[in-house]
Design a protein. Structure first.
Length: 345
């Protein structure tokens, strides 16, 4: 359930291991936070800007390569500049030392962006998967997901790439109250506001890495034209209280791009519509296991373990591994038959 990064990756990994996978997605297209959209002929990304850990032998490369995702047009960013400007921001956003190690540290080794953005990534990730869009799950019971349009789907194993609280508000099977109490007590991280800007042609030189101005604003360069100028720019900021207006964000960004205001042809603001990174983790005690008290139900996504593209991918792999641990009696639900060592959890 859910064709975000977590759901799509679980689908691909399990399908490669011989399981039959169907993904139910409420939206009209897959991708979740990684969706792209077009405005005035320019592609804008929502939650896909820069990624760490893709260099040879690094954690994300190990997950993406077997799925053919390393054949995409990845571009390595200039790491020195990125790290100098972004690492303090990434660290401030992670409270849990283990999360810092896994999510922020890989950025120290290499940073990447994708020429083609989120759409290109989601298209490649969705390849060969049976994804049913427009299927909003409204009830989950006894391995059956029932959708708003009256259809229902039964499976031996159900994976929820939904916010865990959303998932358990739909589950009708009995779940022990202590599990639910802990889940519903956990708080979410902040929302992100994005100001999307279409630039006057040939005015702002394209830069292939994001620029962070403290914790206030992240500047992300969008599409590049043939002459090496940016066609668009996104400014991202956490919403704290009311949150900064588009004009305030532009004014902060002008510290690094003084002519931005004068060259912004058109701009508008959008919100991530809820927490950008899911459940906040202050310590290891906030870890949510992919296996749930219901033997056939598993969780994945950014609220489980780690957040971001790297963290969500690692979580997806852990979810797939957990299926073997929690369903040992089902031979077909054993996607890692050679991985006996995974059994220790
Ligand atoms: C503005 C922004 C910028 C970001 N920038 C970066 C970045 O530069 N680098 C980075 O590494 N990470 C970035 N991230 C984080 C990254 O995008 C996310 O961590 C990741 O995409 C989360 O994937 P997910 O599968 O956990 O969740 P989601 O993408 O939210 O997927 C959940 C899916 O489930 C579907 N769904 C929900 N309810 C139902 C239901 N009832 N029935 C059926 N389907 C349902 C949703 O429609 C959605 O498609 C950014 C996030 C945001 C918001």
């Amino acid at each position: 359930m859910g064709a975000g990064l977590g759901g799509l990756l679980c689908g691909r990994i399990l399908q490669e291991r011989g399981l039959k996978v169907t993904i139910l997605e409420q939206a009209e297209e897959p991708g979740g936070a990684l969706r792209s959209f077009m405005a005035d002929g320019i592609r804008f990304d929502t939650g896909f800007h820069s990624v760490g850990g893709l260099g040879s032998g690094e954690p994300l490369e190990k997950i993406f390569r077997p799925l053919g995702l390393m054949n995409l047009p990845w571009e390595q960013s200039e790491p020195d500049e990125f790290i100098r400007t972004s690492l303090p921001f990434l660290r401030l956003n992670s409270f849990w030392e283990e999360e810092i190690q896994h999510v922020a540290k890989p950025y120290e080794k290499s940073v990447w962006r994708l020429d083609g953005g989120g759409k290109c990534f989601v298209d490649a990730l969705s390849e060969g998967l049976d994804i049913r869009c427009g299927k909003k799950v409204v009830e989950i019971q006894d391995g059956t997901a029932s959708c708003e349009d009256g259809s229902s789907f039964k499976a031996d194993v159900v994976i929820a790439d939904l916010h865990p609280r959303t998932c358990f508000s739909l589950v009708k099977d009995h779940v022990r109250p202590a599990y639910l109490k802990r889940l519903f007590r956990m708080s979410d991280g902040p929302e992100i506001l994005t100001t999307h800007i279409i630039l006057k042609e040939g005015t702002v030189p394209f830069v292939n890495h994001s620029i962070f101005i403290g914790r206030q604003v992240m500047i992300h360069f969008g599409e590049k034209d043939e002459k090496g100028f940016a066609r668009s720019i996104d400014l991202l900021s956490f919403r704290e209280g009311e949150g900064p207006s588009p004009e305030e964000m532009i004014s902060v960004a002008q510290e690094r791009l003084p002519s931005l205001g004068a060259n912004a042809l058109k701009y508008w603001q959008e919100s991530s519509g809820g927490s950008a990174y899911g459940i906040l983790k202050h310590s290891r005690a906030d870890y949510i296991a992919p296996a749930t008290p219901i033997p056939w139900l598993f969780l994945t996504g950014q609220s489980i373990g780690l957040h971001g593209i790297l963290g969500t991918s690692v979580s997806a792999l852990n979810t797939c591994k957990s299926i073997k641990i929690w369903s040992p009696e089902r031979a077909m639900a054993s996607p890692f038959p050679e991985g006996k060592d995974l059994g220790k959890g």
